[in-house]
Write a protein that binds this ligand. Structure first.
Ligand code: GDP
Ligand code: MG
Length: 300
């Protein structure tokens, strides 16, 4: 976990640097000062968005003695209390994974499957991205690495039929966990959105109370567009949680706070790399601390 945390810290280092203005400095008259406008710019550059950034500044200023602690508190307040993942009344626990193409859905499913297997649970994955044969092959590789089983059909098969088969097999063969992959559809494509709604409907018909969770995988580097995507998908798929990927790369991090502030959805996991173990359960405290510069101990 320590190395995952350092990947996150490294990924967010640019945002942290742009918030370095928070470290109190002295002006020529030897007065301690903070340039709040620069801090606000730093927040916007870190992907917090103008509205949230302004709000955070107002709150942070209330802590006159320690602006870093003030901002940290303000950021922490945007995260809802983490509620437990919904459990299945009877197995399997069914998880639907949604999100735009290339955000990391398939990779994240591989990581989640690995995690559940390590917890001793049996995992069945449904290859619901039937759009391209290569997508199914990629998922099959991840399933094998994770020690999970897969349900697949031919290219172009109805994703809802794959989802139905997967849940049915999950029930019949007593799997603990069923994870359904979906095509990475563009949210402006109405036909594809309808397909996603159908996948969801069919899952709930095949097992009452399911899908227990619907996790939207968001690429942490997408900026404001991520806000729009989450809204669109939520409407059709009933999103219950978010996974933000690629926080080890060029992502600036603030989008995580913005998404939480806008929708109040729990952030379940974050992705910090391309291999099986590069998934961290989201920890608001650790995340916010990685985004902020170290306090130099100087309190005003
Ligand atoms: N650096 C980094 N790359 C990731 C992460 N998650 C996924 N990727 C990469 O993003 C690309 C798209 O991933 P994929 O799972 O195929 O996305 P999908 O289209 O949503 O299924 C692949 O090259 C992955 O290796 C992550 O957390 N960090
Ligand atoms: Mg995929």
């Amino acid at each position: 976990m320590a190395s995952l945390f350092s990947r996150l810290k490294k990924g967010l280092s640019r945002s942290r640097e742009s918030l370095a203005q928070l470290i109190p400095s002295k002006n020529t008259e030897n007065q301690i000062q903070i340039n709040w406008e620069d801090v606000e710019d730093g927040l916007i550059m870190a992907d917090c968005g103008p509205t949230l950034s302004a709000k955070l500044i107002v709150k942070a200023k209330q802590n006159k003695r320690n602006p870093i602690a003030g901002l940290k508190q303000a950021m922490m307040a945007t995260f809802p209390d983490l509620k437990a993942v919904q459990e299945a009344n009877r197995p399997p626990f069914v998880l639907l994974v949604i999100g735009v193409n290339g955000t990391g859905k398939t990779t994240t499913i591989g990581k989640l499957a690995t995690m559940y297997r390590q917890q001793g649970q049996s995992v069945l994955i449904g290859a619901g991205d039937t759009f391209r044969a290569a997508a199914v092959d990629q998922l099959a590789v991840w399933a094998e690495r994770a020690g999970a089983d897969i349900v697949r059909q031919h290219e172009g098969a109805d994703p809802a039929a794959v989802a139905f088969d997967t849940v049915q097999r999950g029930i019949a063969r007593n799997y603990d966990v069923v994870i359904i992959d979906t095509a990475g559809r563009v949210q402006t494509d109405k036909g594809l959105m309808e397909e996603l709604a159908k996948v969801r409907r069919v899952i709930s018909r095949s097992l009452e109370g399911s899908p227990h969770e619907v996790w939207h995988v968001v690429d942490g580097g997408t900026g404001h567009n991520a806000i729009v995507q989450v809204d669109k998908f939520r409407e059709v798929a009933g999103t219950t949680g978010l996974i933000i990927t690629k926080l080890d790369g060029s992502a600036k991090g603030g989008i995580v706070i913005q998404l939480s502030d806008t929708y109040g959805l729990p952030i379940r996991y974050i992705g910090v790399g391309e291999s099986l173990e590069d998934l961290m359960p989201f920890d608001a405290e650790a995340f916010v601390s990685s985004l902020l510069p170290e306090s130099n101990g100087a309190e005003i």
